[in-house]
Design a protein around this ligand. Structure first.
Ligand code: ADP
Ligand code: MG
Length: 292
């Protein structure tokens, strides 16, 4: 494309709230074949709420919630905020913790008074050698409801299963329909568990799901989606999306996301409205057509 048509294209995009940080992206977007979205904070609001907490055996719900919330008070994961809010709503008082440890993509643990407390995904419990089978049916049901099941262990014993639910952003269904109408494949990449990821994908009509990806595994997920020869655009918002944004043929960051994501991206959706992805592709096609 000529410098003038690129200027016109990027100007038109800016009016639609789509910022091209890189002029090449305006040319390359038109031939993208797969649009892969990060889930949390991109397809969903990234503000989960706690919907369930089921205790096992003699564990008391209020006690478990207070212990878990005390640990999560040290975490910056969106899940932590969901649990903190629930604890506050239920009038639990938090206690000081020591030896707090976060394992990105797994969960968190700490010493809370007399108790050792761990909370996280099933793979975190597996790492700690704590079986979660007794909650298999409950967790399966939660997953099918598009909720994320988490587990709490107290002093090395499974104590509770917790579900958090992250609402789908208002602009997401329409954005996916627009991409499908352009004949594109839509994919989702997430650290969340497979059942939850698949339930959300089914609700949205997403074609391909890469789930249970570790925080440093998103680059490999992009390579897998490329499947040899397909061109992949990745849309994400988080710190751990930055390497995948750089790896993808085109990286699109959410303007309300983290600075690192924005700095690694070729395109920024200023308002976070996902319809901007389809608009950007349409503009890319129009810009290239103009100069032919
Ligand atoms: P995502 O952004 O898709 O949730 P992450 O890699 O951040 O992916 O986390 C993967 C999973 O690890 C989460 O879905 C959750 O089950 C678990 N996890 C991570 N951090 C925490 C935490 N602070 N408390 C509880 N669970 C956590
Ligand atoms: Mg995210």
């Amino acid at each position: 494309a000529t410098p003038t048509s690129i200027m016109v294209g990027t100007g038109r995009a800016a009016e639609l709230g789509v910022l091209f940080r890189n002029g090449d992206a305006l040319q390359s977007l038109k031939s993208t074949q797969v649009i892969a979205f990060d889930k949390t904070g991109t397809l969903t609001a990234g503000r989960p709420v706690m919907t369930d907490l089921d205790v096992i055996g003699d564990f008391k719900r209020a006690k478990v919630l207070a212990l878990v919330a005390s640990v999560e008070a040290q975490s910056e994961h969106p899940v932590a905020a969901a649990i903190a809010t629930a604890a506050k709503d239920e009038g639990c008082s938090l206690v000081e913790v020591t030896a707090f440890e976060a394992e990105p993509g797994f969960g968190v643990s700490a010493q809370v008074g007399q108790h050792q407390v761990a909370v996280g995904a099933d793979r975190y419990m597996a790492k700690l050698g704590i079986a979660v089978d007794s909650f298999a049916d409950t967790a399966s049901r939660m997953g099918k409801q598009a909720k994320t099941p988490l587990y709490a262990a107290i002093d090395g014993k499974l104590a509770a299963v917790i579900a958090v639910s992250d609402p789908i952003k208002r602009s997401t269904p329409q954005a996916i329909r627009a991409l499908h109408a352009m004949g594109l494949k839509v994919a989702m990449i997430t650290g969340d568990n497979r059942r939850t990821a698949e339930a959300i994908a089914a609700q949205l009509g997403i074609d391909e799901v890469v789930a249970e990806v570790l925080p440093n595994g998103k680059v490999d997920a992009i390579k897998r989606l490329r499947d040899g020869s397909r061109t992949v655009t990745f849309v994400g918002d988080g710190i751990n999306d930055a390497p995948a944004l750089a790896e993808a043929d085109v990286g699109v960051a959410i303007g309300t996301g983290t600075d690192v994501a924005i700095e690694s991206a070729d395109v920024v959706l200023m308002s976070g409205d996902l319809l901007g992805v389809a608009n950007a592709i349409a503009l890319s096609k129009a810009t290239i057509r103009n100069i032919q």
